[in-house]
Design a protein around this ligand. Sequence first.
Ligand code: NAD
Length: 349
Amino acid sequence: MSSVPLGLVIVGFGGMGHEHLRKLKGVEELAVKGTFDVKPDRQELALSLGLKAYPSFQSVLDDPQVAVVLIATPNDRHRDLAIAALGAGKHVICEKPVALNIGQLDDIVRASKKADRLFMVHQNRRWDEDYLTVKKILDEGTLGRFYHLETRVLGSRGIPGDWRKLARSGGGMMLDWGVHLLDRLVFLIPGRITQVYCKLNYPTGQEVDEGFHLFLTFESGHTALVEVGTCHYQPLPLWLVLGTHGTAVIHDWSLKGGIVARAGADADAQPIVAGAGLTKTMAPRTEKGEVQLPLPKVSSDVRDFYRNFVAAALGKEEPLVKNEEVRRILGLMEAAFESHRKGRVIAFE
Ligand code: NAD
């Protein structure tokens, strides 16, 4: 890289702000100028790491060395901070979920257009290798005609932290994890989503959703189950992908899993004893009736997100995360909330 790196300040130096600092060390297109956080202990942490701790948000905006503001605060602050930064002539990287509703995002996009500055949302899980593995399997047609998939993340320790439990801060698992899973899902199943059915769950009585089951139907006929849980003590696969000739499973982020595909005809089925009855339909395949395949290998570098951001800010590339895309996912989450509230399927798109 020959040009001078763009100066960047991390606003909100909590868990994710710190993670950005770690990732940015490998991105020579951006130079971290410092951080700003409203909590004194996070300001002290920045100083102890040899960073400049800006005394106020305004001082970040006033610094001509700062070209990029990276917002990693709780969700309810994104809108106002982004609009102020754009208005001060800064490009903005914003954490997900971009905002609490579509109206807030539209306000930000208007500010971005008016200031002629780039606003891009950190949908980093598009670079996850589990997701990219599923994408490769589908692109290669390994499973025959693909018709359904399940994508999920499960934990057992409840909602972490403080603001994530508060509705006014934009807490809850739909906005936290749902936004990631849905953001990727729509690249696996293109086309219109026709129906949305969602049940949020509140097993420990929090004021925000602690998890959910969300069922989507696509115009193409594909269906998808999206599941997030924080009170779930047994692991279930991150991904289950069903096609007419095979099934792929990815158990965890270490990419344990594989593909079972059909070999030859289905003439090997023999009835088996199943509970108090017999079944041939549900009998497992025999060795000669199936082939086990490893998951295809993919590799990715999430730092490409930041590199693309800089190239897009300089007008050299299209942004990889587009505001229309994140707007559609906000709409989808709004439909999911409506489905839960009304207890019925919502027609979407
Ligand atoms: P956190 O609570 O650990 O950190 C948030 C920080 O923002 C806190 O230190 C808080 O003091 C500070 N803050 C609050 N209001 C502020 C303001 N007005 N100005 C400056 N600082 C302010 O939360 P977190 O887990 O780091 O999450 C922050 C954001 O990052 C959220 O939007 C969350 O959804 C997102 N996030 C994204 C990912 C991802 O993989 N993309 C992962 C975790 C969190």
